[in-house]
Design a protein around this ligand. Structure first.
Ligand SMILES: [Zn+2]
Length: 279
């Protein structure tokens, strides 16, 4: 069983290796997963936080010149900052879904789009635009192994955060999950946690969880018309059910659900601090 010890490369399949970064936490699980796809020509997916030791581990796992591409699932700070150092030390080509991203100090060598394939000598990685967690989020499908690299769209051991103040969109996210469910997958390699061996079961669970939460938010609001997000969070998790950093994240989720319910014509309201009402 490949382990999740930071800094240690572990082989997940003939073509895929994983190195976990040293940034464990409530939102990153054991740490960010960096994936190395290919042997002779390597694509690195999500180099992670800017940590020299982690970049050394990535470079050390292959011969420098074999690292040909650096790919990002999205530009949240636990996924991209090592890209600069990695590109510098390997000469790899940096591929991004967007040309420029606010607060992201990277200039791509090439912009990739939905449907593109990164062709290595041993593999093809197809680009799927999968917005929801972030507007610029992409997944990569390794055709040879039907393995999907999902970044933060699907995780192991926790649910993904959809934060409206960072571009998260629940309605779009749920459409993305439905789309992923239609792919024939053998495995999911998430941005955090271990490989998911039963992709369909996990995707069904993710979709059911979001639908149930949406219904719960609507039910609670019917009982407590004019509630603010923080009050609904208290109703859902209990007053001392969650540590403070997770209370904030729970608020983002509830707000994201309310925005979707508003688009569906079921509730009215604006910000997290505003009063929300049943339409
Ligand atoms: Zn992440």
């Amino acid at each position: 069983m490949p382990d999740l010890t930071p800094g240690v490369p572990s082989a997940l399949s003939p073509l895929v290796r994983r190195i976990v970064a040293r940034n464990p936490g409530p939102f990153t699980g054991p740490g960010t997963n960096t994936y190395l796809v290919g042997i002779d020509e390597v694509a690195v997916i999500d180099p992670g936080p800017d940590d020299k030791g982690h970049v050394d581990a990535i470079v050390g796992a292959s011969m420098k010149e074999r690292v040909r591409w650096v790919l990002l699932t999205h530009t949240h700070p636990d996924h991209w900052p090592a890209a600069k150092r990695l590109v510098k030390s390997t000469g790899a080509e940096l591929l991004m879904f967007t040309k420029r991203e606010k607060g992201v100090d990277l200039v791509p060598d090439r912009v990739i789009k939905e449907g593109d394939t990164i062709e290595g000598s041993e593999f093809g990685l197809e680009v799927l635009h999968t917005p929801g967690h972030a507007p610029n989020h992409v997944c990569f499908l390794l055709e040879e192994e039907r393995m999907l690299f999902t970044g933060d769209t699907v995780l192991d051991g926790m649910y993904s955060v959809v934060n409206p103040s960072r571009g998260g969109d629940m309605a779009v996210y749920m459409k993305t999950l439905e789309r992923l469910k239609k792919l024939r997958l053998r495995g999911i390699a998430p941005g955090h946690g271990d490989v998911i061996e039963e992709p369909k079961v996990r995707l069904d669970d993710y979709i059911a969880h979001r639908r149930q939460r949406e219904q719960q938010v609507l039910r609670l609001l019917k009982k407590r018309d004019g509630a603010k997000v923080v009050e609904l969070v208290g109703d859902i998790y209990g007053n001392d059910g969650l540590p403070p950093e997770l209370v904030e994240a729970a608020g983002w989720q509830v707000h994201a659900h309310l925005i979707k319910l508003k688009a569906d014509g079921k509730v009215t309201g604006t910000t997290a601090k505003a009063a929300w009402r049943v339409a």
